[in-house]
Design a protein around this ligand. Structure first.
Ligand code: ADP
Length: 333
């Protein structure tokens, strides 16, 4: 664990911890009530008809619970789940190998589904629609296509970049849900449940303090909880109070809005080098020495959400609220 580790970077131990803290039932899954209601209804209807669930697409920023929901869906459907990702499926053959090993009703979870190569995506179309795979056997003039019947499975796709999915691909999902950032109060519930599982004593005020600084993201709330727990333990506190939360988060350079050094570096560089913008994404990426995709998918969404950054046709602009938060004077026109 390093001090300036971004909120979206995880050490292997943190990954394991997050796995063990994964919500195991609908009750443990906090918030996103509309999505939960709609999924539970669709699942009940599918079970009554003894059919597989419609292919489901979940989208929204990282750490909001897409993977967790996919596991809950499989559990409710009494089905097995296989997980893969858009970057792991390079060839149509990889997909065929997975699909032919599924059973009726199984869930195939594809994370980062927007990264599927086009050829794999197109192989998926008949598989999703007709539960069949068209496989080409042989080469040249003697090549022929064989149609392979597949079990009636359900794809649960997850993506942080809904806009990158082709229209025909999106249309093949019967259920499409967007996960949104969580309110601090909901994250407080995530922290409280997590603390119980970790056998950590934390009062409601401290849980809320962590909730407030977690960028609307359960994954970050759980990670901060773990860091605060480590801090309290090393410093000999057997109970976590707001004071420890503040001290620990200050040590990790996470401020009252949950911004970390990377966020502040982005805002400060826009202010110092570009008078607050507008600045294009490639320029920002070059200045910060970051990948434009990471900025767009990981750093920016929360800054946009809390109104610290605005997107304009000319580029990104830092808002007056961000200047105020950083203790800088807003340049009036
Ligand atoms: P994503 O797939 O969207 O990146 P995950 O499903 O991996 O997010 O969630 C990351 C962590 O946050 C997991 O440990 C998960 O249990 C927890 N989590 C996510 N959403 C919720 C929620 N609504 N309630 C409780 N815990 C949650």
């Amino acid at each position: 664990m390093t001090m300036n580790q971004a909120p979206t970077d995880y050490t292997p131990e943190e990954e394991i911890l997050l796995q063990t803290l994964r919500a195991q039932s609908w009750d443990e899954f906090v918030g996103q009530d509309t999505i939960k209601k709609s999924l539970r209804l669709a699942i009940e209807a599918a079970l009554q008809r003894k059919e597989s669930l419609d292919h489901t697409l979940l989208f929204g920023p990282a750490g909001l619970g897409k993977t967790t929901l996919s596991h809950l869906i499989a559990k409710e459907m009494n089905a097995d789940i296989k997980a893969t990702s858009g970057t792991a499926l390079n060839k149509a053959g990889d997909l065929a190998a997975i699909l032919t090993n599924l059973k009726d009703g199984d869930v195939l979870f594809i994370d980062e589904i927007h990264r599927l190569p086009k050829i794999v995506e197109e192989t998926l179309y008949p598989a999703m629609e007709d539960f069949a795979l068209d496989i080409v056997i042989g080469k040249g003039p003697s090549a022929r296509t064989v149609r392979l019947d597949l079990p009636r499975f359900t794809i649960v796709g997850a993506t942080t970049r809904f806009g990158l999915l082709a229209g025909p691909f999106r249309d093949r999902f019967g259920l499409i849900h967007r996960l949104t950032y969580y309110q601090p109060q909901k994250l407080t519930d995530v922290v409280t449940r997590g603390a119980k599982k970790l056998n950590v004593k934390i009062d409601p005020q401290s849980a809320l303090e962590i909730g407030r600084r977690s960028r609307g993201t359960p994954r970050i709330a759980l990670k901060l909880l773990k860091r605060v727990r480590d801090y309290a333990q090393v410093n000999g506190f057997d109970q976590i109070s707001t004071k420890e939360v503040r001290q620990a988060l200050e040590m990790f350079a996470i401020d009252t809005k949950g911004l970390d050094e990377t966020d502040r570096r982005l805002l400060n560089s826009l202010i110092q080098h570009h008078q607050g913008g507008p600045v294009g994404i490639t320029t920002i990426a070059a200045t910060l020495n970051e990948d434009p995709g990471t900025i767009e998918e990981v750093i920016e969404p929360y800054l946009l959400q809390i109104g610290f950054l605005k997107r304009t046709p000319q580029g990104r602009v830092v808002t007056a609220a961000a200047y105020k938060h950083l203790g800088k004077e807003y340049p009036e026109e």
